[in-house]
Design a protein around this ligand. Structure first.
Ligand code: ADP
Length: 195
């Protein structure tokens, strides 16, 4: 069994201090993940707000991985409708109730976050050809930055292929009914924002 472990990680979890043996908690966490061979993936995005399309992708990813970390990006370039906390809370109330799904936030490089989480894959959703060019470029750049992290594209149910957070916000702003496109708590939150 020990033969499966990376010796460098094992050694890194023990730091000899003048005062004695010190166990580095992060290294121990990585060590245990490798030991248990847990397959973890990161699903990053803005989730402004989470839609049924996102939830469909999360459920598909969960069938492939032991744990899916839904990671909300701090993105200063975009002007989100929902604050980071609101986006995290809506995700916790929806995706967070699915077993094996964890909600997190991250800033900086995605591949660094994936490494810190010991995740072997990044999940992205592909709706249409229009998503492809940007996603392909991002995936190849991430591979250059971290060859060990694979990007996996998942297609949602056909009925969600036209769905985006942007279009849902637009409908809500114009007073339309979004209840078919988002979970109930998100529809309520949109109603409050747009009233
Ligand atoms: P961004 O990362 O552009 O801010 P989002 O937070 O809206 O995008 O979405 C995160 C990921 O989920 C992206 O890979 C996006 O393509 C995907 N996605 C968004 N909506 C859907 C949907 N309806 N079906 C499948 N994938 C989706």
């Amino acid at each position: 069994m020990i033969g499966l472990l990376r010796h460098s990680d094992f050694r890194a979890s023990f730091v000899i201090r003048a005062s004695g043996l010190y166990l580095n908690p992060l290294s121990i966490f990585h060590f245990l993940c490798e030991f248990s061979q847990m397959r973890r993936a990161i699903y990053p995005g803005s989730f402004d707000p989470v839609t049924n399309g996102h939830l469909d992708v999360i459920e598909r990813a969960r069938k492939l991985f032991d744990e899916v970390v839904v990671a909300v990006a701090h993105n200063d370039e975009k002007q989100p409708l929902f604050s980071l906390k609101e986006r995290l809370d809506l995700l916790r109330e929806t995706a967070g109730t699915i077993g094996g799904v964890r909600i997190a936030e991250f800033s900086g490089l995605l591949v660094e976050f994936a490494r810190a989480e010991s995740a072997g894959a990044v999940i992205r959703g592909l709706r249409a050809v229009s998503d492809f060019e940007f996603e392909f470029q991002m995936a190849l750049m991430n591979r250059k930055l971290a060859a060990a992290v694979e990007t996996i594209f998942l297609m949602p149910k056909e009925e969600y292929t036209y769905l985006s957070s942007r279009i849902v916000k637009e409908i809500a702003r114009l007073g339309g009914d979004v209840s078919r496109f988002v979970p109930a708590c998100v529809a309520k939150a949109l109603g409050r924002k747009c009233s």
